[in-house]
Design a protein around this ligand. Structure first.
Ligand SMILES: [Ca+2]
Ligand SMILES: [Ca+2]
Ligand SMILES: [Ca+2]
Length: 457
């Protein structure tokens, strides 16, 4: 493996909060950045921290690193993924993605001045503004400001989806090409069933030509907003991880989930569902399963599913996440797997850097070994001194890549393996639009966190 910088994007200022998503710019590829030189914050009552927050900026670059435009958003836009999601998506069919994001020209917590805004992808000029729904106005702070923008296709037509709320009342709206309202779905706090996830995979999981949005452990049709399938109608909690994955041998799809709350007697905390419905396996009796991933690391490209359990311990400012269990399972059978990586599994981001069908791992921040690259057995093989932004299929270079903030703290680089070559598994993964398409949804929700949304399919 020979790690090299494939692309570099000079954002021209010190970087704190950074999100990024792939954008299509007609005959060119592009890259969207959402960033500030301060930290990000969260609407949770025990987490919201306004110290050091800085204005948020948007910029679009060509894939090879030329900046096309940048703009500074109004001071009412709070830096943080839940306050300001952004998605590049081509709704008018000219081959160039428009940029959709949640703007706020009022005070930071304003509802009156909050908007869905559309920008020309090539120039950054505003081409449309719509009032952002005030659905969550009466919720407590944590639930008020959980906003998502997602996108996908229904029989080839683009559909944008705007969402408000998680855990309690949840509101979703579908929009057609010219931003005509296509559908509206409300899941009330006292309705039965799961309470969404921080991740939003979009995939035509049943092959009927319409994408489904994985709204927690249920599927929402992008065509008309109806509930296509509820994997766990008896579960009314929230799921921290929702990752569809493919069994390379049979071509069948599965959904791997890790649950946060809603602990109920007789139910487990980790589930893998068959895509068509039904439990493939379940595990772990108690606890908040906070992170998880799937990685091809067993012989024959068999996938291992990781689940990390934790509990909250209050500290001087907010709380700490104290880990009390890391579990590894055969992703298809749920059988426990012996895996002893050099760094605990929940700190690892699976990425197939060399394209051979097995995942390597990047060690995330906050670890002595941060920046290390581990092989599939969990042994260190290389090192990359970057703060990771996201992982996945970001360029045409073979294999998958790592995007990170470079040593100079003001530029973003995409790193890949100079010797990478796409093997049979990688080619199978390309056949699912998911691998590329999810890279457009990496600046919304927690899709980019830990790369769980990228590693499954
Ligand atoms: Ca367009
Ligand atoms: Ca479908
Ligand atoms: Ca590999």
């Amino acid at each position: 493996m020979r790690l090299v910088s494939l692309n570099r994007y000079d954002l021209g200022m010190p970087l704190g909060f950074v999100r990024s998503a792939n954008a299509d710019l007609g005959n060119r590829k592009g890259m969207l950045f959402l960033y500030s030189d301060g930290p990000a914050t969260d609407p949770g009552e025990e987490l919201f921290d306004y110290r050091g927050l800085k204005p948020v900026r948007l910029a679009v670059f060509t894939a090879d690193g030329t900046r096309l435009w940048e703009k500074t958003l109004p001071w009412g836009v709070i830096a943080g993924p839940w306050f300001v999601p952004a998605v590049p998506f081509d709704m008018d069919g000219d081959g160039i993605d428009e940029i959709y994001y949640v703007n706020n020209t009022g005070a930071p917590f304003s509802f009156m001045h909050r908007k869905l805004e559309r920008l020309d992808g090539l120039t950054g000029e505003t081409t449309g503004v719509w009032h952002w729904p005030e659905n969550t106005f009466n919720e407590r702070l944590s639930l008020c400001y959980r906003f998502y923008i997602v996108a996908g296709y229904a029989h080839g037509e683009p559909v944008l989806v705007t969402c408000q709320g998680t855990y309690g009342n949840m509101y979703l709206q579908g929009w057609s090409g010219g931003m005509e309202k296509r559908w509206e779905t409300v899941i009330a706090a006292d309705d039965p069933g799961p309470r969404a996830s921080h991740m939003t995979p979009v995939l035509d999981v049943n092959g009927d030509g319409v994408d489904e949005l994985f709204w927690g452990e249920r599927l929402i049709s992008l065509d008309d907003g109806h509930e296509v399938l509820n994997y766990a109608p008896e579960y009314n909690g929230h799921s921290d991880v929702i990752t569809p994955f493919l069994d390379y041998e049979t071509g069948k799809k599965y959904i791997y989930t890790c649950r946060e709350g809603g602990e109920t007697e007789g139910q487990k905390r980790v589930y893998t569902f068959r895509a068509e419905g039904g439990v493939a396996w379940s595990a772990v009796d108690h606890g908040h399963m906070h992170t998880g991933w799937g990685a091809n690391i067993l012989p024959g490209f068999r996938k291992v599913a990781m689940a990390m359990r934790e509990h909250f311990v209050p500290d001087d400012m907010g709380f700490n996440h104290e880990v009390d269990g890391v579990f590894y399972f055969d992703a298809l059978t749920g059988e426990p797997v012996e895996f002893h990586p050099a760094v605990r599994g929940d700190k690892l981001y699976p990425v197939d850097l060399n394209g051979d069908g097995y995942h390597e791992f990047f060690v995330g921040e906050g670890e002595e070994r941060s920046g290390d690259i581990l092989d599939r057995e969990g042994k260190p093989v290389d090192h990359l001194p970057v703060g990771c932004i996201r992982i996945g299929k970001m360029t045409d270079h073979p294999g998958e890549q790592i995007m990170g903030v470079g040593k100079d703290r003001r530029s973003v680089e995409i790193w890949g393996d100079a010797d990478a070559a796409d093997g049979a598994i990688m080619k199978m993964r390309y056949r699912e639009p998911y691998l590329h398409f999810m890279q457009k949804l990496m600046a919304t929700g927690y899709n980019s966190v830990g790369s769980q949304a990228a590693c499954g399919m």
